[in-house]
Design a protein around this ligand. Structure first.
Ligand code: URA
Ligand code: SF4
Length: 483
């Protein structure tokens, strides 16, 4: 049995595994050991075969496996490298579909580890609690210690960059540390063996990290330990810590961001000034809105689109992934359903005004995907002034609310799509208002029959609205004074 020493990270394992595979070393002939020896010694352990054989097997390794391996590499289970190598061997030797065999022992182990690492990453996002430190020159930075179960900081740090990009911060774990100086993310050593240092200890640690040398990669751990009074490494049981952190995390995060940005709560603070506001002025002003935290993570404001004298306005929920990237409402999958339905009832899209209750995309990262998340009541409240002002300017004779977010924002929390859809009523925004399903809700109905039925109702609601538009004499709307 050969022992292969590797650094405890994915790249080191990948490089070693590649050479082993090329040298045709079977999984039962090898075991991985963490730490110490340089990888450069690997070819010697393998003999000349490793050098001579082309390391081409990687080409046949499924992408899914590499993603899985990257996540599993963050685990701490010592035999994960062996399990990964065995799976890699099997994948490249007549079992290309191995990952789909859920009952296989290796696959089960890998998936279990993957799940634990992912969960630990989520916990890190939720529980990291920053402490604000005022530097000698009056500047501020934030520091947090988080005891993670696995090595999830590298993968999770970009989340903190997105959320707290405007401030300088460090997150320390027992494995490693991440540092953001407002421009660049760097990683340094961890502060191992100490459990959840107190706030004072954090402050002390920061002074040593930053006051001595600003480059965290140059920190000398031994020097740090020597300087750090032992009493600071006091332990707090995690069970005692978690409810506290949970309760405090959102407030602290909000405070941090608020202090470091010029953000004011609510869209109204960003309105153009002047007695009359035109739609174009409103749209321009919304581009730089910082009325809620969504402006920090989304790409851009997605404002309403369509003629100012449109006789029908549609209000959706919030931009999705594609809308966020393109800057235009309803251009993704929901937009396609919407466009098809409009075409079906003979309503040209360029004659209608389309907007959303919330103007920035809210999402959650799942792997590399941005997954839509419902806007919170607070975000809906913060953003409402934009859609209200759009409606005040356009004064549409017909208003269609797509889905419950739009309806609850403009009508009230009591509004229920399942109960109140398809019944026209007079609202503050239009004499003829109707609420119906959201097109993406239609896409999510799994049952074919139920989906077809909901689509039929959706189309019927839109058809009624279109008929109402046609019923109103053109003069009535043309006579309105346009801003
Ligand atoms: N869903 C919405 O509510 N609005 C869009 O713009 C896109 C999808
Ligand atoms: Fe402003 Fe609305 Fe964007 Fe929040 S979601 S920042 S309130 S435009």
């Amino acid at each position: 049995m050969r022992q292969v020493r590797i650094e405890a990270d994915f790249e080191a394992w990948r490089d070693a595994a590649r050479s082993l595979l090329a040298a045709n070393v079977r999984p039962e002939q090898v075991t991985f050991v963490e730490g110490g020896l340089e990888n450069a010694l690997l070819p010697n352990l393998l003999g000349d075969a490793a050098i001579d054989s082309p390391a081409s097997s990687a080409a046949r390794v499924p992408r899914d496996f590499l993603t899985l391996a990257q996540i599993v590499a963050c685990h701490t289970e010592a035999d994960r490298w062996d399990v990964l190598y065995r799976a890699l061997w099997r994948l490249t030797h007549d079992e290309p579909n191995l990952l789909r065999i859920a009952v296989d022992d290796d696959v089960r182990r890998l998936q279990e580890m993957e799940k634990q690492v992912r969960f630990d990453g989520h916990k890190m996002k939720a529980f990291v609690r920053f402490r604000r430190l005022v530097e000698a020159d009056g500047g501020e930075c934030y520091i947090a210690y988080h005891r993670s179960a696995y090595r999830v900081l590298k993968a999770t740090a970009p989340f903190f960059v997105r959320r707290f990009g405007v401030m300088r911060w460090s997150v320390l774990t027992q494995f490693d540390s991440a540092h953001w100086d407002g421009k660049e993310l760097t990683f340094g050593p961890g502060v191992d063996r100490c459990a959840a240092p107190t706030d004072d200890a954090l402050e002390e640690m920061w002074r040593i990290y930053y006051a001595s040398t600003f480059n965290p990669n140059r920190i000398k751990l031994s020097a740090m330990r020597k300087e750090m009074p032992r009493k600071y490494w006091s332990t707090m049981p995690e069970t005692q810590l978690i409810p506290d952190l949970l309760a405090d995390a959102p407030r602290r995060a909000k405070e941090m961001v608020a202090r470091h940005s010029d953000r004011l709560e609510g869209a109204r603070a960003y309105f153009p000034t002047g007695a009359t506001i035109t739609l174009q002025q409103l749209r321009d002003a919304a581009q730089t809105c910082r009325g809620c935290d969504l402006c920090d993570i989304a790409t851009q404001t997605v404002f309403g689109e369509g003629p100012v004298d449109a006789r029908i306005v549609f209000v959706g929920e919030q931009p999705g992934d594609q809308e966020d990237l393109s800057g235009r409402p309803f251009v993704g999958p929901a937009g396609q359903v919407f466009d098809q339905t409009l075409a079906g009832i003979g309503l040209p899209r360029d004659q209608v005004y389309v907007t959303n209750a919330v103007k920035h995309f809210r999402f959650e990262m799942r792997g590399k995907k941005r997954i839509h998340q419902r806007a919170s009541a607070r975000q809906i409240d913060a953003c409402r002034p934009w859609v209200e002002q759009e409606l005040t300017i356009i004064k549409p004779p017909v208003l269609v609310l797509l889905g419950s977010t739009a309806a609850q924002s403009l009508i009230g929390r009591h509004f229920k799509i399942t109960r109140d859809r398809g019944r026209p009523f007079q609202s503050d925004w239009s004499p003829w208002t109707i609420a119906t399903f959201h097109p993406s809700a239609l896409l999510r109905i799994p049952d074919d029959q139920r989906r077809a039925e909901a689509q039929r109702q959706f189309e019927a609601d839109l058809r009624r609205a279109a008929e109402e538009v046609r019923r109103i004499p053109v003069a009535a709307s043309a006579a309105r004074v346009l801003p």
